[in-house]
Ligand binder design. Structure first.
Ligand SMILES: Cc1cc2nc3c(=O)[nH]c(=O)nc-3n(C[C@H](O)[C@H](O)[C@H](O)COP(=O)(O)O)c2cc1C
Length: 460
């Protein structure tokens, strides 16, 4: 039988779509993050998802309000997973750590602690970071270049692996009668003297229950792919469409094989943003509302200097190559896009019109008219939308698995908690019925490694 997919939740409390927080009932107060995190964790665990995943970003600024508002203010990922460790019992907990700025010993220690405290449910997502402002927050003059960051990331992984192997499995003896607590021979130094990472060890936390904690790597560059394919258990990829994902996954598997690993040792995970409702039409209406609430240049640009420049009809026309003197450049946001307008938008424009019709149920000649607002918003804020009822969502997941595009998905929710709960309550049962989501058996006692079917590097 084909294996189920690996399915985890990529948790962004403010919602993963920039206008998600503006939806009725959406969580929008970071001071109440404890409540929403608790609710999401219980929901994800009850639905039988494999893990909760927390990204990270090491700086903030007013520009993020319109670009990625969820990055403005949020709980640090290691704190989030430690908070959830005590109120969950089965689901995996994956925190992102930035190898450019983090200290390997502290990282090995906090993750090993999480693993001990959760009895083997810890995972770490290693990134090298794409935010230049992070440098200033960590006493550096500039964000290091790609080569330097990945040189350090590779040594960082070696440091983690060695530190998690500090204690052999039988080093802790605790023989009260003989008065022997440990076997000193079972305690090993890390002794890593690299170009960018040095650490002596051993680690002052007991051997993690998983031995080696599952490592995820998220990135896109060639160095990132090499790191993921040779070192990571899970590769979190950028997957703009099915063809790209198939090519990326095949490439990662080739690099893994060339390095002497089995290609199956690296599981490829794609982000996806399902907008779920009881019917396709209802789901389309949710996306239509999301698009309608993306802030466009309706006066913002005069008061907000950080407002993105791509939020006008004119800017869209520029990217689509529309003639400079075409009067459609002056269209109002709420004016319908006519068939004649659409014909002037070229191939890229036609694809955009088709995409907006598919996700929002509006069209050039449909009952619900496609407006410039829909087009500008969808173009300015790309998202991995899959929109529809349980069947539509499950069809997408199934196609991606069967076509070899992904071994699993990181599920984003446009707004919390309604869209996450729509996924777990409407889509998840259908995914399970089709064998795409692991069966709802008693999974207590299973580690994250078990759930992810990680096979490599189990021994100290
Ligand atoms: C799906 C996905 C999620 C990511 N999440 C994060 C994140 O939460 N924090 C972060 O600093 N980097 C994250 N990254 C990685 C950076 O964005 C990445 O370093 C950047 O794209 C530069 O690419 P490179 O590292 O391959 O050079 C993510 C990447 C992908 C593909």
């Amino acid at each position: 039988m084909t294996e189920p997919l690996i399915i985890g939740a990529m948790v962004r409390t403010l919602g993963a779509y920039p206008s998600g927080w503006r939806q009725p009932g959406a969580h929008r107060d970071p001071a109440a993050d404890a409540d929403i995190l608790r609710r999401i964790a219980r929901e994800g665990e009850d639905a039988g998802l494999d893990y909760l995943f927390f990204g990270d970003w090491l700086a903030t600024g007013p520009d993020l309000e319109f670009r990625d508002p969820y990055l403005l203010a949020r709980i640090d990922p290691v704190s989030a997973v430690l908070f959830l460790a005590g109120i969950t019992s089965r689901i995996g907990l994956i925190a992102t750590v930035n190898t450019t700025y983090a200290d390997p010993y502290s990282t090995a220690r906090s993750l090993a602690s999480l693993d001990v405290l959760t009895r083997g449910r810890a995972g770490v997502n290693l990134v090298t970071g794409a935010e230049p402002r992070a440098a200033g927050n960590h006493g550096r003059d500039a964000h290091a270049d790609n080569e330097t960051r990945y040189d350090r990331a590779e040594e960082f992984v070696t440091a983690l692996r060695r530190l998690w192997d500090s204690w052999s499995d039988d080093a802790w003896i605790a023989d009260a009668a003989r008065g022997v607590l440990i076997d000193p021979e079972g305690l090993r130094a890390a002794d890593l003297v690299g170009e960018r990472v040095r650490v002596t060890g051993p680690l002052n936390v007991a051997r993690p229950p998983q031995g080696q904690i599952p490592i995820v790597h998220a990135g896109t560059s060639p160095r990132s792919r090499a790191l993921a394919a040779t070192q990571a258990d899970l590769a979190l990829i950028a997957a703009p469409n099915l063809a790209d994902a198939i090519a990326t996954r095949a490439g990662l598997r080739d690099i893994a094989a060339e390095s002497g690993r089995s290609p199956d040792e690296v599981k490829v995970i794609a982000p996806v943003l399902p907008v779920v409702a009881d019917t396709d039409a209802e789901a389309h209406r949710i996306v239509e509302r999301l698009l309608a609430l993306v802030p466009l240049a309706e006066g913002h640009q005069t008061t907000r200097t950080a407002f993105p420049p791509n939020r006008t009809v004119d800017a869209l026309a520029d990217t689509l190559g529309v003639a400079a003197d075409d009067p459609l450049r002056a269209a109002a946001f709420d004016q319908p896009v006519t068939a004649d307008d659409a014909a002037r938008l070229g191939e890229v424009g036609a694809a955009l019109v088709e995409r907006v019709s598919r996700i929002a149920g509006v069209g050039v000649s449909a009952g619900d008219p496609l407006t410039w607002r829909h087009l500008v918003a969808a173009h300015a804020v790309p998202a991995a939308f899959v929109v529809g009822d349980a069947r539509t969502i499950a069809d997408h997941f199934e196609t991606w698995r069967d076509e070899g595009a992904a071994d699993g998905f990181n599920v984003l929710s446009a707004f919390q908690p309604a869209q996450f709960e729509a996924f777990t309550r409407i889509a998840a049962p259908e995914l399970r019925r089709r064998g795409l989501l692991a069966p709802d058996a008693d999974r207590s006692g299973e580690t994250l490694r078990d759930r992810l079917r990680v096979t490599s590097r189990v021994d100290a």
